[in-house]
Design a protein around this ligand. Structure first.
Ligand code: GTP
Ligand code: MG
Length: 212
């Protein structure tokens, strides 16, 4: 795992403790806000914990809407960080949500893919993976797309509180091995829990590193 120094951790903590605001929801690409600052996007399968992780990073419960039911987030949601505005976080709909109507799944897939490969201010995508399940083929499809488009991304394990430490170590190892085969992936894996706060300080530092 990347070791961030105490200074980087503390600097990131301060930035995330500063002003945060919901900017807007974009249901389609023509509604995107102007690309004026660096952005970091949260991608991953439905229900993996994207919105929860955004809340944990900013320490604001309820900033991004979360739910037990997959398919909660249906648009690209932009959050302004810092005053003056320094960067933006983008919460995205989940992919691989089999129960949604087919045309909705298609719409989301195009929205997610077109945004990820076409947004010039996007500094990095965080591809979230449920620690209990590891990488699935639908994750690999998104990784293929990001590799092809040369969009930098980092794999982040979520819900680490839900598995035993030995299992977590194994999943970290397996996920890291795949990341290292991937040209656009960061070689290190961060394991997180929005419940316990595991890995949250490091992920803040990783976001700041990405926008820097
Ligand atoms: P969609 O917007 O539907 O794609 O889902 P999402 O990826 O934004 O997931 P969300 O943050 O809404 O979380 C889904 C469910 O997982 C919620 O019931 C959360 O409370 C739960 N959850 C998220 N992160 C964690 C975690 O770190 N640990 C545990 N135990 N539960 C979590
Ligand atoms: Mg969500």
């Amino acid at each position: 795992m990347t070791a961030f120094g105490d200074d980087a951790i503390e600097a990131a903590r301060r930035i995330f403790a500063g002003p945060v605001g919901f900017l807007k929801s974009a249901p389609a690409l023509e509604h995107l806000p102007d690309a004026v600052v660096p952005e970091v996007a949260f991608a991953g399968r439905s229900n993996v914990g994207k919105s929860s992780l955004l809340n944990a990073l900013t320490n604001r419960n309820g900033l991004a809407r979360t739910s037990n039911t997959p398919g909660r987030t249906q648009e690209l949601n932009f959050f302004d960080m810092g005053d003056p505005l320094a960067f933006r976080l983008v919460d995205m709909p989940g992919y691989g949500f089999a129960k949604a109507p087919r045309d909705v799944v298609r719409t989301w897939r195009f929205l997610i893919n077109d945004f990820l490969r076409g947004r010039d201010v996007l500094k990095r995508a965080l591809v979230l993976v449920d620690a209990r399940h590891g990488l699935k083929d639908v994750d690999r499809e998104v990784m293929d797309m990001l590799d092809k488009a040369a969009v930098s991304y980092r794999l982040v394990l979520t819900k680490a509180d839900k598995i035993k430490p030995t299992d977590l170590d194994r999943v970290i190892g397996e996920t890291r091995a795949e990341a290292r085969q991937r040209p656009a992936a960061h070689p290190d894996i961060l394991a997180t829990s929005s419940e316990t706060g595991l890995g949250i300080a490091a992920l803040r530092a990783a976001v700041i590193e990405a926008i820097g």
